[in-house]
Design a protein around this ligand. Structure first.
Ligand code: FAD
Length: 327
């Protein structure tokens, strides 16, 4: 029987469902499989119903390997990377794809070392496969792009959010078959492991959010945050903030965006009273569209904005909220 070369895509789960960033990675992997004459195979680790995994087929996956062992319930980059390597070996995968996140990067590095594979993290577009395997990634916190050629037999790519348009990927409508997968787990993979997880009270994760409304010191204090929260609610958006805002405890630390905080890549980022220091921009320049509201027309953030509103954030936010509610 002829073996078809497979592209293996690891998907992260959230409460048993495939995260949106991982579905993008599946669509990306399916396009790579199409280009390289292979098939897209998905690997999911941890508890999930088959119905929640089958949808990977709609993004182009031929099948899903699912390891549901109790030890894999919580993220563990050692054990997960070990399982990824075993799945890649079983499937004969020459290309392994993960979505960019702390876990994705940690697994990718470990798996690449074990497989002696070339690795590129922060990939922003489909690879060029004519005359070598070349991938583009963002460097200098998104200020420039570098093209890297991977020459090893096995290649590991960590893909950034928005590297592929999901619409452009085209959903096939079919569900993928789910197969049980049983990696050999070693005690040495569990020298440190998560014993419990407590979710933060914000419902929307910043890294998954399609829209983020974010506030800076221009919001004047925690007691003035309501207009920003109202707009976020009206848009179904997550809320974020600049570093000084979280340092001052105006907002919780998990909302801090930037070089030293969370890096986000929503479709729409609305910055309210944020000056646009390079350290903040480093965390938001993967956004598809940036709207800046600032009363200072010289604020640096306007240079990075797709749309700018010069004015008082406390006058503008209620108007935007009204407009959003009437949509
Ligand atoms: P400010 O710079 O004080 O800007 C407030 C803005 O609000 C101004 O532009 C002002 O015109 C505007 N404004 C005021 N009132 C109104 C109003 N009524 N309506 C409209 N606009 C108004 N920062 C980050 O955000 N994330 C990071 O990860 C980060 N990491 C850093 C790492 C290092 C090593 C260093 C040195 C700094 C880092 N910083 C980071 C800090 C960064 O340099 C800036 O100091 C910070 O981003 C500024 O925050 P801000 O824009 O909220 O405040």
């Amino acid at each position: 029987m002829k073996t078809i070369m497979s592209v293996l895509i690891y998907v992260e789960l959230d409460n048993g469902s495939i995260k949106k960033t991982s579905l993008e990675a599946v669509a990306y992997g399916a396009k790579v499989a199409e280009k390289t004459g292979g098939q897209a195979v998905v690997l999911a680790l941890g508890k999930a119903e088959n119905t929640a995994l089958e949808i990977a087929g709609q993004y182009g996956a031929a099948k899903v390997l699912h390891a549901a062992a109790a030890e894999l319930e919580h993220e563990n980059s050692l054990a997960y990377a070990n399982a990824l390597v075993q799945a890649a070996t079983q499937e004969g995968s020459k290309i392994i794809i993960l979505s960019k996140s702390g876990l994705g990067d940690a697994m990718a590095a470990r798996a690449a070392a074990k497989l002696k594979a070339g690795i590129v993290s922060g990939v922003t577009a489909l690879p060029e496969t004519d005359g070598g395997f070349k991938v583009t990634r963002s460097i200098f916190t998104g200020k420039a792009f570098a093209t890297t050629e991977i020459r090893s037999d096995i290649k590991v790519l960590v893909v950034r959010k928005n590297a592929i348009e999901l619409d452009e990927a085209g959903l096939t409508g079919g569900n993928a078959a789910v197969e049980a997968f049983q990696p050999t787990l070693r005690d040495s993979d569990f020298t440190a492991s998560v014993v419990s997880v407590e979710k933060a009270d914000s419902e929307l994760s910043l890294t998954e959010a399609e829209i983020i409304v974010s506030g800076g010191r221009g919001m004047k204090g925690p007691e003035h945050w309501q207009p920003l929260i109202d707009l976020a609610k009206a848009l179904g958006a997550a809320t974020g903030c600049s570093k000084p805002v979280s340092d001052l405890d105006w907002r919780p630390h998990h909302e801090h965006i930037g070089q030293t905080g969370i890096k986000v890549a929503p479709s729409l980022y609305i910055a309210c009273g944020i000056s646009g220091a390079i350290q903040h921009l480093a965390g938001v320049n993967g956004s598809k569209c940036i709207v800046v509201i600032n009363k200072d027309p010289e604020a640096p953030f306007f240079k990075a904005a797709d749309y700018g509103i010069v004015g008082d954030v406390f006058e503008i936010l209620p108007k935007l909220t009204e407009a959003a509610k009437s949509l």
